[in-house]
Design a protein around this ligand. Sequence first.
Ligand code: FES
Length: 107
Amino acid sequence: MTDNWTFVCPTSQLLPGEQTVVWEGDTPILVINWDGEFYALEDLCSHEEFELSAGKFNPETGTIECVLHGAQFDLRDGNPTCPPAYEPVRKFPVRTDETGVWVQVVQ
Ligand code: FES
């Protein structure tokens, strides 16, 4: 087991379409189960640093929309797909094992 892995939750507590937020130090991490695949982004819109987790995840496009001004980010790479955000949000590796879901945060 390498360092910097943060336990998120058992896989049974993060079913397809569900999301949760965990903290690693000062970093909030949004973890989403998209049709059985897990993705993790920093829970911080790159436009004006609002919580992305307050927004809506669209399973058709794999994007999450910031509720403050409507920027959308692709879950797969953290890149914005529309204004007013132009910078990506941080993306983190995710893995699962028999205990549950883990994210790797390298500060
Ligand atoms: S803070 Fe997210 S779009 Fe403005």
